[in-house]
Ligand binder design. Sequence first.
Ligand code: CTP
Length: 399
Amino acid sequence: MSPSVLLGITGGIAAYKTPWLVRLLTQSDMDVRCVLTQAATQFVTPLTLATVSNNPVHYDMWANRDRPGVEHIALADEVDVAVIAPATANVIGKLAAGIADDLLTTVFTAVRCPVLICPAMNVNMFRNPIVQRNINTLRELGWNILEPAAGWLACGWVGEGRMPEPEVIAEEIRRLLTPADLAGERILVTAGPTEEPLDPVRFITNRSSGKMGVAIAQRAAMRGADVTLVAGPLKVQAPQWVTHIPVRTAQEMYDRVMERFPDVDVVIKAAAVADFRPGNSTLEKLEKSNIRPTIEVVPNPDILMTLGGLKRDDQVLVGFAAETTDVLRKGRGKLKAKNLDMLVLNDVTKPGAGFDCDTNIVRFLHRSGEEEQMDIMPKEQVADLILDRVKALRKGLVS
Ligand code: CTP
């Protein structure tokens, strides 16, 4: 059954963005019910929201008084996650004080599911200590607060108070709907290519987009893990909720990973690390006249191999291998040589597998010798399957 989202909309200018938020949620197969304050109906019409949500919109406490049932309780009972976006200073104050004097505040006083509040207002209103105290009251009661973004505000001021973009709110809602089965796990993911400079403007790199590693970091964070993403230049955005440590070269990635390795439970090395770097990169831009026809290279440290040598018994190490020939034999060799718990192997010659696409076709090679061949599937789904196996491995090690 589709998850059910209750979207409360209050009277702020950011309400004009809510039809787009509803579209994003319904596209992710969520059933969205909108509840508006009277003020919100000045900024966005119930007709628009009813059309995009494909559900009736509620804004009048007394609209259905001649029908049986208690509407505000029925609305509150039926939801999996309840969101207020935008949330004005007024509604935040009322909810913090337990005031329920219209349909929206009445419904939100009755909900028992996870709640997400997205404050949006003028920067000086947002910084007002009374508003801050009210936000903290809701936070301490276990409601989730999505901090407003900083930037240009409709009132002409610049500062914090902007409602985060609908895409950001939709991701946060998806997180709240995901069971936190990896809570307590500290997971380090590497992603993307590395860039090995020849001079200040030229470098050697590879076709990795970072999509696979980003999908793993994203799903791990959604499932409640504490995630660090050490990533080379990504072609996709780093996910919300993760500590993103951008790096450029293999040596930088090595340094950042080594610093953190003692403090993590799991490392998943999805990055396409350059095995070599130019041995004679220069600080000044090379002139055409002094570029030699050959580039001399020196080996980079093998990060995964080093981790395999340092790994504690309670740590899980997952590597990747992208091969084009003799795929299985090479994969099995890497699993052993690098002392991995699991290797995610893909044959990048297959359409729909490997670099810079949204799907992957992988085979899991386990330390135990067991092997699992997966069908073609979105990288997000591959990420979840990897994390399911990581979870089982960790359970076996720590229990
Ligand atoms: N890897 C790494 N450090 C390197 C090279 C690779 O940590 N310097 C990691 C990758 O992140 C990946 C795994 O090792 O998880 C396999 O990478 P791959 O390039 O396929 O393997 P190599 O061992 O470098 O072997 P080869 O390039 O010779 O196939």
